[in-house]
Design a protein around this ligand. Structure first.
Ligand code: GDP
Ligand code: FE
Ligand code: FE
Ligand code: FE
Length: 196
């Protein structure tokens, strides 16, 4: 796949090189699998393959940044102070999209929002954001209880996949007494309950 230049001045090869430099080999390989899964979902559900490729490649760009970079960005950009009570698992998406925009020269808001929302979701997710959220969760390297259920749901519809993942993630966090980021609960209420 070659890029049109509409979403980033970088070629796919240049983007891949930047990801490889920013990530460990196993995380880099995850990113390549998310890209391929996102492309397949884009073809199935009628989204731009180029946007799916770019968003899949860059979604975990900030995963290996030191905490200090995120803390500095949270203050510099005056993001919600409550973010400081969390860590890399939340920051690499919710804050990491700022590094993607700046350092990878990606200005497309749909791609940046897909990166921002890929871990905790959002009440309003575009088709691309739903694709990245699901591709990250069901890429072929993933093996955890519930992954086949999530793969089957995503075959039925993106919304069914998003609902399945959001429910499973919240259950997992609660089961393990992990702190729940408030946006995760907002996402749950928007996508999971069968009636309101
Ligand atoms: P990855 O970056 O490819 O490993 O995947 P994600 O970005 O989707 O998720 C990173 C981690 O964040 C996963 O282990 C999720 O279970 C976890 N996570 C998602 N939502 C929350 C939350 O609200 N609170 C906490 N503590 N962790 C969360
Ligand atoms: Fe991630
Ligand atoms: Fe995810
Ligand atoms: Fe990921």
């Amino acid at each position: 796949i070659s890029y049109t230049g509409k979403y980033t001045p970088l070629s796919r090869t240049e983007l891949v090189k930047k990801l490889q430099e920013a990530l460990t080999p196993s995380r880099f390989n995850h990113v390549l699998r998310v890209e391929q899964t996102a492309i397949q979902l884009a073809q199935k559900y009628g989204e731009s393959v180029e946007k799916a490729s770019i968003a899949g490649l860059v979604h975990d760009y900030a995963k290996q940044r030191p905490d200090a970079d995120f803390i500095r960005a949270i203050k510099q950009y005056r993001l919600d102070d409550n973010l400081l009570n969390y860590g890399n698992a939340i920051w690499h998406g919710v804050v990491g999209w700022l590094f993607v925009a700046k350092e990878l020269q990606i200005e497309n808001i749909d791609i940046l929002k897909a990166v921002e929302y890929h871990t905790v979701g959002h009440q309003y997710m575009s088709k691309l954001a739903q694709i990245v959220y699901m591709a990250d969760y069901i890429e072929p390297g993933r093996d955890f209880p519930g992954v086949s259920k999530a793969r089957e749901a995503t075959e039925i519809s993106l919304a069914a996949g998003v609902s399945c993942q959001t429910q499973q993630t919240l259950s997992y966090l609660i089961e393990n007494k992990l702190p729940v980021y408030p946006q995760t609960i907002i996402t749950y209420n928007a996508w999971v309950p069968v009636q309101t």
